[in-house]
Design a protein around this ligand. Structure first.
Ligand SMILES: Cc1cc2nc3c(=O)[nH]c(=O)nc-3n(C[C@H](O)[C@H](O)[C@H](O)COP(=O)(O)OP(=O)(O)OC[C@H]3O[C@@H](n4cnc5c(N)ncnc54)[C@H](O)[C@@H]3O)c2cc1C
Length: 412
């Protein structure tokens, strides 16, 4: 699958990333991770902490998949609001999902001091503005639900928004506890750390086929086989080529990163900014004084067409940015890209085992919060592989139907 079109900014921020060999010959391990993106990186890092004999492979270079297109917003709030999750999955499960995201985000915030390559993870607040007057009652209810379950979120009126930003909207939620990251550096720093902790890493090594045995899985690659007791598939949106999930949808999304600015516009605490409309626009700043704008999602098209669309969609994103911050008139893009993006119909990612794939687990962090989902999956699956029961996985079951089974209690 051609995942990305256009020009990406992140590789320039780590000019000499670690390189890893191609697998040559047969090997064996307790755990094979297929995919060296955000999901595989977090999983390999967690596995290195348990000391399990782990191998990770990627058919591209490390961080060469969708994680390279990631715009690096890390949020507790999801594409599906807490209120909506409570309505769909019941209060207990809706809150559990948000609490897992909060805990996953905190685990990400704790990473930098443990890693050698700086992942550029910076704590940020988020402004979620009402795209129209009709969205204000739902935003108020969302704030009440967030606050009553212990999430740090305030409702701002038009005047308060105007006093903190160049623009205003009828209302907004201002939430704390979020962050931004450089996804390319984060994936590399996690895999580098896992590698130093004993995980064997192979790049340009494609899993071509599998034999499912009673005692494990044999993974065939071009130049060798891997005998694994367990396999964790972290293949991103390309998982859909191996195992189609009926609840998963793939579309195209677009993003742009500007040239560095001489000064930032009126932008409170360099917060992450997004909106209530669906599909939504989002904006963030970078440590070197640029702005990223993303959105303008559209139906999945063939990669050639997406290549052409990158130019016009990035122009529209810049126009949206100037509409919010008029002082940015004339701002120019340095990088523009379009990419495949996946979400699920019910708003929850997929993670866990699948009855048709013995000794296998999947990480499918589909949705705008894929990085946080990857951290949740890494924690739940590394515990599972270490023999600890994690009932929270029921919420993310790959075989769930409309509603997950009730009340899988959160573990300490
Ligand atoms: C434009 C854009 C913006 C985004 N912004 C955000 C954001 O702000 N915040 C956020 O949290 N998320 C965001 N996301 C989502 C985020 O990028 C994804 O959730 C996340 O990066 C996916 O990581 P992954 O490891 O699942 O997939 P990938 O990064 O695609 O990694 C999967 C890896 O598996 C490898 N692979 C596949 N098949 C095989 C095989 N057979 N053998 C060996 N290797 C294989 C691939 O080469 C790839 O490297 C964004 C996505 C896009 C496209």
């Amino acid at each position: 699958m051609k995942l990305i079109s256009g020009q990406l900014p992140w590789a320039n921020t780590l000019p000499h990333p670690p390189v890893y060999p191609v697998l040559e010959g047969d090997t064996a391990c307790d755990c094979l991770i297929v995919g060296g993106g955000m999901g595989g990186a977090m999983m390999s890092y967690r596995m290195s902490l348990t000391g399990a004999d782990t191998v990770i492979i990627d058919k591209r270079s490390v961080a060469g998949g969708s994680s390279h297109a990631n715009t690096g917003l890390l949020q507790i709030a999801n594409d599906k609001s807490l209120t909506s999750c409570m309505n769909t999955f019941g209060e207990e499960n809706g809150v559990l999902f948000y609490k897992l995201c909060q805990r996953g985000l905190q685990a990400i915030l704790d990473l930098p001091e443990k890693l050698e390559i700086d992942p550029q993870i910076i704590p940020r607040s988020s402004l979620l503005y009402a795209s129209s007057l009709e969205d204000v009652p739902a935003l108020k209810l969302e704030q009440e639900n967030l606050a009553s379950h212990g999430f740090d979120s305030e409702l701002w009126n038009e005047e308060k928004i105007r006093s903190h930003y160049s623009f205003s909207r009828p209302a907004a939620l201002y939430s704390r506890g979020d962050a931004e990251t450089n996804p390319f550096r984060t994936v590399h720093s996690l895999i580098h750390k896992a590698h130093s902790g004993g995980v064997r890493v192979y790049a340009h090594t494609e899993a071509l086929s599998y034999e499912y045995r009673t005692d494990g899985v044999i993974c065939h690659t071009r130049h060798g086989r891997i005998f694994a007791k367990n396999v964790v598939f972290a293949m991103g949106y390309e998982t859909q080529e191996m195992k189609k999930d009926r609840g998963a949808e793939l579309i195209n999304t677009y993003a742009v990163m500007t040239k560095p600015l001489r000064s930032m516009p009126k932008w409170h605490e360099q917060s992450l900014i997004w909106e209530t409309a669906r599909p939504y626009l989002y904006f963030r700043t970078t440590p070197d004084g640029r702005i990223i704008a993303g959105g303008k999602d559209e139906q999945l098209t063939d990669p050639d067409r997406r290549e052409v669309r990158v130019l016009s969609q990035s122009q529209r994103l810049l126009e949206e940015l100037v509409a919010l911050f008029p002082e940015l008139q004339g701002i120019e893009a340095e990088y523009s890209w379009g990419a495949v993006f996946g979400s699920t119909r019910d708003g929850l990612p997929y993670m866990g085992p699948h009855p048709e794939y013995p000794h296998c687990y999947f990480i499918e962090g589909y949705g705008g919060n894929g990085t946080v989902y990857s951290m949740i999956a890494a924690e739940l699956l590394s515990d599972t592989l270490a023999g600890r029961h994690r009932p929270e996985l029921e919420l993310f079951s790959l075989t769930r139907t409309a509603k997950p089974s009730p009340s899988p209690a959160i573990q300490g």
